[in-house]
Ligand binder design. Sequence first.
Ligand SMILES: Nc1ncnc2c1ncn2[C@@H]1O[C@H](COP(=O)(O)OP(=O)(O)OP(=O)(O)O)[C@@H](O)[C@H]1O
Length: 440
Amino acid sequence: MVSSGLRLDEEREYDSEGPLLELDCVSKHFGQESGLLAGLQFDASEFPPFSVERERVRAVDGVSIEVQPGETLGLVGESGCGKSTLGRTVLRLLEPTEGDIYFKGENLADLDGEALRQTRSDMQMIFQDPQSSLDPRMKVGQIIEEPMRAHDMLDDEGREARAKELLAKVGLDPRHYNRHPHAFSGGQRQRINLARALSVDPDFVVCDEPVSALDVSIQAQVLNTMERLQREFGLTYLFIAHDLSVIRHISDRVAVMYLGHIVELAGKEELFENPQHPYTRALLESIPVPDPRENGSRGVLEGEVPSPVDPPSGCRFRTRCPRLIAPDAYDWAGEEWPRTRAFMRAVKRRTFEPMPAARIEAEFFDGTLPRGEAGSIVAEAIDLVATDGEADGDDADRWEAATDLLLESFAEASVCARERPAYDLESGDGERFAACHLHR
Ligand SMILES: Nc1ncnc2c1ncn2[C@@H]1O[C@H](COP(=O)(O)OP(=O)(O)OP(=O)(O)O)[C@@H](O)[C@H]1O
């Protein structure tokens, strides 16, 4: 690590062997009022006898990760999967519902007084929107000095000198100390944010989508500056982004998050070259590639992320997973399960036009249904959706009944629905984890 004259207290640097940050089974649930009458509970033994049931949004659920000193751990996943909530919980901007967070080996929950104050300045955050996170009435110098003032660091003169040095460090002109934020471009404003975060000499910075509001051409410049500052200041980053190319640029290791769970964790090259979780694969395959022959058929991430109020049991990705594991209650041979799975997905998403039973059998099963009980269930489902089927009811009801039958018989019976997966994989260099039963 290159030492910088801007480190206020070099001795404070963390040089112990352990991780800088460790999360042990951390959850963050939010209470949210459910629909008016549906959520109204009656209990005669209580006064008042009515209460409003609060739904629990399981934004982060049982996350255990370690961040090593000096590294950038990328945190990636679709919108709404809990990345920001995790970042804020790490900084104790949100109280964890469960679990422990250790920073430099100390449990954050045990800290108070001076130790807590010190830790707060050691951990900083940069947000996505450089526009709204900078007070337009304040001058740049004041903005950068504000955290130092809040932590009683240096005197007026010292703070001004440090703010100017930091402006230069982040690639801005120290003579712009007296300007207001509106005089700067988006990329420059994010550099002001960086200078502000660094003013209190942190060891750890949570970067929450710091470049996603910027033009692509500016993104790389800001990322390069962040990398340079990391080396100079000996920083450790938790870098949150939904954009895989940004994650690939900046991360040493990557954690992939889906609906509150970490589903895969690996070194960057490993993750991008050899993804092990079907969700990671789907994310990687859904990166748009500029190919004129592309006809949109690569959309492997079908459907929406389910609600974190009532997440799927077992593996949370299973309801969208193209590799759902065969339920072992049936005896499968050859292609019987992959074909049944494809048919189940097609019925659920209603991706084929109504047609006679024989054509469904030909298209999905090559003319031969699975043997035994699985085959009888499939035949029943085909009868429900086929144009020449004998089932009663209108179209929508019959498709829904077929979907329910297939999901209950097959999807819900899979190990993917029964058990939450967590597997450490063989790895040459460090931790490699994939929460997928395919690695049983
Ligand atoms: N204060 C809150 N109260 C209730 N639910 C919340 C609250 N904050 C977040 N959530 C919910 O928690 C889930 C995770 O949200 P979060 O913002 O952490 O996801 P994210 O992966 O960072 O997404 P994005 O990239 O869109 O910000 C979402 O379903 C969100 O609606």
